[in-house]
Design a protein around this ligand. Structure first.
Ligand code: 16G
Length: 274
């Protein structure tokens, strides 16, 4: 439990505001680099709700940037609702608004996502079987006719609240038996030496059909994110095709975007302060 205004431990501050990591992101403007660091620390659960950030001067000194740059970075995060500022007492991580935020660029499992937020991940099995793939699954997974797959259909909960329904299809050559999977599919694949390292994900909004609405305990027709993830092993083979329905009222997918640098001209400054 974090009390209001709790300060972050010195070791944690050092890990978050790491000068070497900051310098390594020379591709981005300074204020965006600082925003990225803070946002990452909040979404990964290193920085907790209501914790106080170091003072502007301290952050500026740790990273070797100006206080103007720090102020600009913080102002954006305040308007996004990630941070709050209280006159005279400093800058704090804001109280989450009951929504789960998932960065789009990190390949994590549901269990990891929930754990990093201090929530317990639970699954209810809807189906766990060995079957022949549908034509779509066979094409996506690049399977030859007759190759079998494991079908893992689960209702995923966070601290008891239904969050998503996921149907993961994994070729049997990587997961011989669906019963091997306990709480986490990725943990099981990890043990089998088949954890994905890269994935493509596509999402779009749909209205929730009746069966899924009942499981997620929301009205039929509620806005939902339908997500398809295709994941790959280091050698490029496809290890997973997952189709999920995520509740639109509790789950946010956050994408970080930045402008690619234009070709540098001779004499042009390397990093901008704006
Ligand atoms: C995430 C993935 C899903 C994967 C699952 C593994 C999305 C949209 N989907 O939910 O593709 O199968 O994690 O989670 O992020 P687990 O290891 O906890 O079973």
């Amino acid at each position: 439990m974090v009390t209001e205004g709790g300060a972050i431990a010195a070791g944690v501050i050092g890990a978050i505001f790491d000068k070497a990591q900051f310098d390594a992101k020379a591709i981005m403007p300074l204020y965006l680099r600082l925003q990225h660091m803070i946002r990452e620390a909040v979404t990964s659960g290193i920085l907790h709700e209501l914790e106080a950030l170091p003072g502007e001067r301290e952050m500026a000194e740790m990273l070797g940037i100006s206080r103007v740059t720090v102020r600009k970075a913080l102002a954006d995060l305040v308007s996004e609702g990630v941070l709050v500022q209280r006159r005279g007492s400093g800058t704090f991580v804001s109280q989450q608004r009951g929504r789960i935020e998932q960065p789009l660029s990190r390949l994590t499992s549901f269990t990891q996502d929930m754990r990093s937020r201090g929530l317990s991940a639970e699954s209810q099995w809807l189906e766990r079987s060995i079957a022949l793939p549908t034509p779509q699954e066979a094409m996506v997974l690049g399977l030859s006719p007759g190759a079998e797959v494991c079908r893992l259909h689960r209702l995923r909960r966070a601290d008891g609240v239904p969050m998503a329904i996921e149907l993961a299809v994994v070729p049997r050559q990587f997961l011989p038996d669906p019963e091997i999977v306990g709480a986490s599919l990725y943990a099981a694949l990890d043990e089998l030496g088949a954890r994905p390292i890269r994935a493509l994900q596509r999402l779009h909004a749909i209205s929730l059909p009746e069966y899924e609405a009942g499981l997620l305990q929301v009205p039929v027709g509620s806005a939902t994110l339908f997500i398809e993830r295709v994941s790959y092993l280091p050698d490029g083979r496809t290890v997973e095709f997952t189709q999920s329905h995520y509740r639109g009222d509790t789950y946010d997918f956050v994408a970080e975007l930045y402008v690619m640098p234009t070709t540098q001209r001779p004499g042009q400054k390397e990093a901008r302060e704006d």
